[in-house]
Design a protein around this ligand. Structure first.
Ligand SMILES: Cc1cc2nc3c(=O)[nH]c(=O)nc-3n(C[C@H](O)[C@H](O)[C@H](O)COP(=O)(O)O)c2cc1C
Length: 331
């Protein structure tokens, strides 16, 4: 087991021990989960869109700060245009600044309009995109770092559907700012490979869903443990909002509706894809209902355990991978 903490542009930027980020998780990434990430030496993000209003966000930030005991944490601001209006996004960023949060993970659309206020307040911006070309645009706009998620990811893989293995090496040729690779990452050897290709870290979602600090029902977590990487579906391509999620009754219904009517609207799909349907599944454990984001890293989801245990396994796997590669070098 490696005792020396890893040092990359990402650990320097965020003050973490490991070059691992726990990406925002709608409904699930609350103060308990994010503080567990912080205590495990990685960076997590309270997911602002999960909270009913800005006051609730402020309370969650304060709760997280208490639980983190001085460790780093951030807030995820998912700016999918249909879900959060511009006005509320402004209010959310104002609260984040006001509460002294030092890093945000943005996603959904460009954070460019909010960069001046965030930079003035010395808030670091990690912007998440689903393609190298969008990463280049975000770098030009002035974000501090980017996360690039590939086709394998849980949640929104975008429209290009290029895999993480290609993104990891391709981004090195195109970017001057630090970048993280995500999408299908759930084993320490993949983290070492990403670092070898030029990434400064990785972003993980799916692999962490079975952590004890994730409040969702045990039946849902048991299904994730049973599921194979082939047990995901892609839905909502027809409305240009592709989501990769756990294959279930809802994904079957939505895929059938989309193939029967290629001009289907998001409003028609809403009764099935609405966030509150998914939230209900997390509460009841009925994983057949709702669009429950999950990606190919289901391959590595093994058991329910504290987040610290998962991170420790990733660290041992990183160490083993480094040794394996070192052993192949003849000098
Ligand atoms: C259940 C779930 C919910 C997610 N919710 C969000 C979200 O609200 N905002 C966001 O930016 N990313 C969200 N993501 C994406 C993750 O932050 C991360 O980028 C992604 O999971 C990485 O790919 P992986 O699942 O293959 O590890 C979600 C992912 C999952 C699995």
């Amino acid at each position: 087991m490696m005792t020396r903490p890893f040092s990359t542009a990402v650990t320097e930027l965020f003050g973490t021990h490991l070059p691992i980020v726990a990406g925002g998780l709608m409904w699930l990434a609350n103060a308990d989960y994010v503080a567990a990430a912080s205590r495990a030496g990685i960076l997590g993000f309270i997911t602002a869109a999960s909270l009913p209003d800005v006051d609730a966000l402020r309370n969650e930030i304060r709760r997280c700060r208490d639980l983190c005991d001085g460790g780093p944490f951030g807030v995820n601001v998912s700016m999918l245009p249909k879900l959060v209006t511009g006005e509320k996004t402004q209010e959310v960023f104002e609260a984040i600044i006001d509460e002294g949060v030092k890093v945000v993970e943005t996603s959904g659309r460009s954070p460019e309009a909010f960069l001046p206020m965030l930079k003035d307040a010395h808030v670091k911006v990690l912007h998440k995109v689903a393609s190298v070309r969008h990463a280049v645009k975000a770098a030009d706009a002035g974000v501090d770092a980017v996360s690039i998620v590939g086709a394998e990811c849980g949640g929104h893989p975008g429209l290009d559907m290029v895999g993480s293995y290609v993104n990891a090496a391709w981004a090195a040729k195109q970017l001057k700012i630090p970048y993280l690779i995500g999408g299908g990452v759930g084993h320490g050897s993949q983290i070492v490979a990403a670092l070898a290709m030029g990434a400064a870290g990785v972003v993980i979602g799916t692999r962490f869903l079975v952590a004890d600090e994730i409040w969702a029902h045990a039946n849902y977590k048991e299904r994730l443990i049973e599921a194979q990487p082939t047990d995901t579906d892609l839905c909502m391509q027809s409305v240009r909002n592709t989501v990769r999620s756990l294959r279930n009754e809802t994904t079957a219904t939505v895929k059938a509706m989309e193939s029967e009517n290629p001009n289907i609207t998001i409003q028609e799909l809403m009764p099935y894809v609405a966030g509150k349907v998914g939230r209900n599944a997390y509460v009841t454990g009925d994983w057949q209902q709702g669009i429950l984001s999950a990606g190919h890293a289901l391959a590595f989801v093994e058991q329910r355990e504290p987040l610290k245990g998962i991170v420790s396994q990733l660290t041992s796997e990183m160490s083993a991978a480094i040794n394996r590669v070192a052993a192949t070098v003849p000098y």
